[in-house]
Structures are given as C-alpha cells and as structure tokens.
Design a protein around this ligand. Structure first.
Ligand code: ARG
Length: 505
C-alpha cells in the first residue's frame, strides 16, 4: 500500500525535491522551481515527443525509474543556452527558416523566464529537462518548435548541457571557493609568520615550526587543487553538440559555430566519443575528492588544536556548537563535518566511475546516473570550502600555548646534533648518538635540554661549550631553518608575499 507504485508520483517528487533542496547550495535554483507533477494516472498516453510507435504510456514504475527531471532541471539554463546556439546555427546554415528560428529563440527566452520565476510546470512524464523545455516550446510557439531538434539528439544535447554546467558552475565555483580559502590562510600566515608551534611527525612533537609556515602548507595544497580545476577546464572545453545520436548528421551543420557561441575551444573530434564521454565529470569529481581530502586533514588538525589538551586555537562562536548536557562544551562540529564529507564526495566519484565502467560505445542510459553525484559533490564541497574559510578567518590563535608546547618533547634535539656537526666537525651519525644520550639524561632528570648544566653536557661530550645554549631554544631552531621552503620567519614572510602573487592576483 505504501509502495512506490501505489503512491502518486507527485509525492515521490515532492520528497525528492525536499531532499534535493536540503542539499542544495544553489538554493535559488531550486526555490524558484516549483515541481508540479501530473499524477501517473493522468499519463495514459504515449509520450508525444517520441511516442510515434508506442500505443501506451509507461507504467508508473517505469516512469519513476526513467525520469531524470527531478535532478536534471538544474541544467535548465545550460539546456536553453545550448538550444539557442543550435538554433542560430541551423538558421545560418539554412537548415531551418529564419522566422521559425526567431520564434524558437523567443520561446526559449520565455521558458527561461518561466523557470527562473517559478512558473514552469515540470512533468515527470516528459522524463528530463530537454523534453520538458521542448514540450513547453511547442505549447508556446506551435509546430515551429519541432524544428529545433533537427540535426541533434538528446545524447549530444545532454553531454553539451552537462559540460557547460561542469565548466561554468562546478569548476567555476570551486575555483572561486578555493581562492577565498587560500586568501584566509595567507592572511593568517602573514599574522603568524613568527608564531612558534611544535611541528609533528607521527603526531609526535618533532621540531619547532612557525604557525604561518604550517598554514602555508595548506595554501600549497589548495593551490594544486586549483591547478587540477584549471587542467580539467582545458579538457572539458570541447563541444559535443552536433555529434547527434552517435554517428554525426547528414545536415550541413557548422559545429565550429556552436562551439564558438558556447565558449568551447573546438568541436569534439569523434561523434561516438562525444556522446559517451563523461571524463570531464570524473575529472571534476577526482579533483573534488582530492580537495575534500585536503580539507579533511586541515579539519582534523583544527579539531585537535581546539581541544583543551592542545588549546592552540579557539573556534569563534560562529563556527562552534554547544552540548545539550555539558554546559562547558564548545564543539567544533563544522570541522568534524568537513573531516567526514570526503566519504560522501569520494562516494560520488566511485559512483560515477562504476556507472561508466564497462559501458560499450556509445550512449547508454546508465549515463543518466552521471548528474546526481556531480551535483551532490558540488553542493557538499561548496559548503565545506565556505565553512573552512570562515573557520580559518575567524579562529583565535593562542600563541603562548603554541610556544610552550613547541619546546616540550626535546624538539631542539636535532639542533643540538647540527651544532655538534657544525662546531665540532663531528659526523652526523656520531652527533645523533651524543644527542640521544643527552635526551636520555634530560628525561631521567625530568628537564628540558637547555636546562642541563654545561658540566652535565660535557660529561657526555667534553668538547661542548657554552655557545651550544644559543641553538637549544625554539626561537633559534626556527630562525636557523632558512633553507628555501623552510620554516624560518624570514622565509615565511617572503612566502606570504610570494603566495599573494601566485594565488591572489
Ligand atoms: N535524460 C537523459 C540523460 O540524462 C538524456 C539523454 C537521453 N538519451 C536517450 N537516448 N534516451 O542521459
């Protein structure tokens, strides 16, 4: 009784829309679109757009599994953009009459308005955004609408729409978001070029570093992510339109013209490949996955840093939550959610990869499953990048706590070894051994390295002098690491300036 089949499709779609709108960062797109569905029982007739050889319409279940309008309505702007470019080309090539072309173009403009103002009635019976738009066009302008689909198929149409969306929405949004995040990190790095914190390996205190240096590490990661976005943009930018169903078309079309109109670099070279390629979506999802991985690492560090045991940073009220039972709690929920989202985003990548695996050429309906993972990844990643940007920009940095922790755990032991090499000419391996004995002594005494007396140090290595104390402080340790790309404040200040040039221009 409560099965999908017995429920009205209207219900199903309302539910889907609710789900989708909850996950949708482009709320404006969704809120303006009201989904009004005819109930399956009103849909007994064959589909008017392709139903020439059909006597009956699909079962409600068939309609539900087949329809993509619930999610691909997000492609409406790209669909109309592609259709207008196609129409202009058909007119220029004398394939359709200019008067019909004008009617089509005006009709498409009106449809765009109807959708954006929430006055468009989407229908699941019409399967997808392409047929919803075309069917409305027929209502608006009559038989001339039938000429729009000359020399194209939904196969090249959907590939074109989706490429435009990935290029102009997904990749463009990610690029802007990553740049904003880098800006927040670079600003904090500039403020904290001299702030000393422990650097870790194996999450054990290793050597002191500057907080600015640590933050700039993430600027590099997000910079590579932007590189992947830019790289993806070069390959996405070939126009499938005009490949038709799979084999091309006998009409004298001008694919270079539509490519130029839609801002593509060139038409795709092979019609079979053009309609069955979803590499661009996979590349986006792959880049998104790597970005999500970077975000999860930074999020994890923030969770650790804001714990009472570390207290390196404090999250602003804007990005913290409380506990309903423990009044003292301030929880880093946003960071935890960002840490987790990678699972979902890699899941989207896996989902599309497996949809594509083993598909014979050319188009198969499996490929309709390409859109939801991309939309989902885009929406969640957009939220993560925005939340991380806010958290970084707003965080309080407890420099005293960082400084105190930086010295704990004998983090200047390597500096002592380097001093023995530089000042006493000792081979590094021997120096390593001497420092090991020194750390052991400090450990038994329960003190830091610079709290050992000269006598005690000379008991281990007689040639050690008073000058050694100069290298045992965390300040001396970071200041000494001036190698290119090193943590010394002077290098960090330079790197901040360089990062502004490289990433924020
Ligand atoms: N809704 C379809 C999709 O997203 C459009 C292409 C349909 N093509 C076809 N031959 N049925 O893939």
């Amino acid at each position: 009784r409560d099965s999908v089949a017995s429920r009205g499709l209207g219900d199903v779609y309302k539910r889907q829309e609710l789900k989708q709108s909850l996950h949708n960062s482009h709320l404006f797109q969704i809120l303006r679109i009201t989904m009004t569905d005819q109930n399956a029982t009103d849909q007994k007739n064959a589909n008017s757009l392709w139903g020439g050889r059909f006597e009956a319409g699909p079962s409600a279940i068939m309609e539900e599994i087949n329809a993509s309008i619930g999610f691909d309505k997000r492609l409406y702007a790209q669909d109309i953009q592609g259709s207008k470019a196609h129409c202009a080309m058909l007119v220029k090539q004398n394939i359709i009459p200019a008067e019909d072309g004008e009617k089509i173009t005006n009709g498409l403009d009106q449809i765009l308005q109807e959708i954006e103002s929430g006055n468009f009635k989407f229908s699941a019976a019409l399967e997808d955004i392409h047929m919803n738009v075309e069917s409305r066009l027929r209502e608006l302008i009559g038989p001339a609408a039938g000429r729009l689909h000359t020399a194209r198929s939904r196969n090249d149409q959907v590939a074109t729409d989706f490429k435009l969306w990935v290029r102009d929405v997904a990749l463009a949004d990610l690029e802007v978001g990553l740049k904003g995040l880098q800006e927040a990190l670079i600003m904090q790095a500039g403020t904290h070029a001299e702030t000393i914190m422990p650097g870790f390996t194996h999450l054990q205190a290793a050597q002191p570093v500057t907080f600015g240096h640590h933050l700039l590490a993430y600027v590099e990661m997000f910079g590579r992510d932007r590189g992947r976005v830019a790289d993806c943009k070069t390959r996405v930018n070939e126009n499938p339109l005009g490949s038709a169903a799979l084999a091309g078309t006998p009409y004298p079309i001008d694919r270079h013209m539509t490519a130029a109109t839609l801002g593509f670099d060139r038409p795709t070279a092979n019609s079979l490949d053009a309609v069955s390629d979803r590499d661009f979506a996979l590349e986006y999802l792959n880049a998104a996955s790597i970005t999500a991985m970077h975000l999860s690492r930074l999020a994890e560090e923030m969770v650790i840093w804001c714990s009472a045991q570390f207290k390196f940073i404090g999250m602003s009220d804007k990005f913290s939550t409380g506990s309903s039972i423990m009044p003292q709690k301030r929880n880093p929920d946003a960071a935890e959610l960002i840490r987790s989202k990678i699972g979902r985003i890699v899941g989207c990548y896996n989902s599309l990869m497996l949809s594509m695996k083993g598909l014979p050429l050319a188009y198969s309906k499996d490929m309709q499953e390409d859109k939801e993972p991309v939309f989902e990844a885009h929406d969640h990643l957009g939220l993560c990048v925005a939340a991380m940007t806010g958290m970084i920009a707003d965080m309080k940095v407890f420099t005293d706590n960082m400084r105190a922790a930086a010295g704990a755990g004998y983090t200047t032991a390597t500096d002592l070894a380097d001093w023995l090499v530089a000042e006493l000419g000792m081979p590094f391996r021997d120096a390593h051994h001497v420092v090991g004995a020194t750390v052991k002594l400090a450990e038994t005494k329960g003190c830091d390295l610079d709290q050992l007396s000269l006598d005690e140090l000379q008991g281990i290595e007689p040639k050690i002098t008073n000058a050694v104390y100069d290298v045992l402080t965390v300040e001396a340790s970071v200041a000494a690491r001036q190698s290119f790309g090193g943590t010394a404040p002077v290098r960090v200040t330079e790197s901040v300036a360089a990062a502004k040039e490289r990433f924020l221009k």
